[in-house]
Write a protein that binds this ligand. Structure first.
Ligand code: PMV
Length: 334
C-alpha cells in the first residue's frame, strides 16, 4: 500500500470531554457523546518513505509546509505509530480541511483520526497494527481525545474506560438515524491563546469541575435516550447546560480560560429568543473557542439562516449534517 488517502469528518460533542484523569494516555475524566459531521472534514494522503530518503517527516497542511515547530504534535503522533509498528521510516503527509481552522470546528478531531487511519492503513496488516476502528480510535485518542470519536459515523460515545485499550469510542446510532443539523456560526476568527491540550490539564484547578463531572452520568443517559427518540427538545437543554458547565470550568480554572467574545453572547441570547418568541426548536453548544454550534432539524435550517443574517457578529456560517466514519479515497492529494 504505497500511498493512502483517507477522509474523516470532524465531530460536535453534546456532552463534552474537558479534563484528563491521566494526561500520558489522554484518559478522560468522563465519557462524551458526539455527532460526526458530514460537511466538515479532513482529507489526508500519507506515504511512508520506505526507501529511507527523508531525514524528517514532511507535512503539508492546507497547502502550507509545516516547519519543525508547527509539525511537533503530528510528528509525535507518527512516532507513536512508528513505535507500534517497529519502524523508523519517515512519512510524506498532505492534509486538507474543507473548513477554516479558526471556525470552531475541531480540526484536531478530523485531523488526528485521518492521520491515524492513513498511517496505519499505509503500513498494511503485516506491521501488526489492527485496522479495526476500535483499535484505531484508541491510537487517535493519544493524539487528540476528541479524534477518538471520529472513527465512527453518526452518533458516537467515547467511553471513559480505565486504560489505553478500553478508553475508546463506540457507535451509538448510525448516520441515517436522525437528520440533525449543526449550523456552525463563526463570530470570531481570533486564534486560541491556550490549546485544548493544555486546557485538559488545568481543568483540574477549577472548583467547579467536581460539580460538572458529578452530574454527567445522568446527562449522558439523557442524551443517549434523546438521540434514540430523535427528541431535540429533550436533547437541547442538556447539551446547552453541559456547554455552559464546561465553559464555567474553563473560566474558573487557573489560569482562567475565557473563550467567549461579545458575538458568542449575542448568539446565546438570540437562540433563546428564537426559541421562546418564534417557537423555533434550536439549541446551542460551544467548544473550546468563541464560535457557536446551533443544533436543529432540517425543517428549521432556512429560518435560522435568515435570522443569522440579521446579527452583526456573524462572520460566516457552515451547515453540516451527520456524517460517516473514515472513508478511503482513490484520489490522492499528491
Ligand atoms: O480533543 P481535544 O483535546 O481537542 O479536546 C476537545 C475538547 C472539546 O472540543 C472542547 C470538547 C469535545 O469533547 O470535543
Amino acid at each position: 500500500m504505497p500511498k493512502t488517502t483517507v477522509r474523516t469528518g470532524s465531530n460536535i460533542a453534546f456532552i463534552k470531554y474537558w479534563g484528563v484523569a491521566d494526561a500520558a494516555i489522554n484518559l478522560p475524566l468522563n465519557s462524551s457523546i458526539s455527532m460526526t459531521l458530514a460537511d466538515a472534514h479532513t482529507t489526508t494522503t500519507l506515504e511512508w518513505d520506505r526507501a529511507g530518503t527523508l531525514a524528517a517527516d514532511q507535512i503539508t497542511l492546507d497547502g502550507t509546509r509545516l516547519d519543525e515547530r508547527a509539525a511537533t504534535r503530528l510528528v509525535r503522533h507518527l512516532d507513536r505509530i512508528r513505535g507500534l509498528a517497529g519502524i523508523e521510516w519517515r512519512a510524506r503527509v498532505e492534509s486538507m480541511n474543507n473548513f477554516p481552522m479558526a471556525s470552531g470546528i475541531a480540526s484536531s478531531a478530523s485531523g488526528f483520526s485521518a492521520l491515524t487511519v492513513a498511517a496505519c492503513t499505509a503500513l498494511g496488516p503485516e506491521m501488526g497494527i489492527s485496522l479495526n476502528p476500535t483499535r484505531l480510535s484508541a491510537i487517535s485518542r493519544l493524539g487528540s481525545g476528541s479524534a477518538s470519536r471520529s472513527h465512527f459515523g453518526g452518533f458516537v460515545e467515547w467511553q471513559q474506560g480505565t486504560n489505553d485499550g478500553d478508553s475508546v469510542a463506540v457507535p451509538l446510532f448510525p448516520v441515517d438515524h436522525w437528520n440533525l443539523y449543526d449550523i456552525v456560526v463563526v463570530v470570531s476568527s481570533a486564534e486560541k491563546k491556550v490549546s485544548s491540550e493544555n486546557g485538559h490539564t488545568i481543568a483540574l484547578t477549577s472548583p467547579l469541575l467536581d460539580g460538572r463531572v458529578r452530574g454527567l452520568p445522568v446527562a449522558l443517559e439523557t442524551v443517549q435516550q434523546a438521540i434514540a427518540d430523535r427528541n431535540l427538545d429533550a436533547l437541547g437543554p442538556v447539551i446547552e447546560q453541559d456547554a455552559l458547565a464546561m465553559h464555567a470550568v474553563m473560566m474558573t480554572s487557573t489560569p482562567s480560560l475565557l473563550y467567549w467574545q461579545p458575538g458568542t453572547l449575542e448568539l446565546l441570547h438570540a437562540v433563546r429568543r428564537w426559541r421562546e418568541e418564534d417557537g423555533i426548536p434550536v439549541y446551542f453548544t460551544i467548544d473550546a473557542g468563541p464560535n457557536v454550534h446551533l443544533m436543529c432539524e432540517a425543517k428549521d435550517v432556512a429560518a435560522i439562516e435568515t435570522r443569522l443574517a440579521t446579527l452583526s457578529s456573524v462572520q460566516r456560517v457552515i451547515v453540516s449534517r451527520p456524517g460517516p466514519g473514515p472513508q478511503l479515497l482513490d484520489q490522492h492529494l499528491f
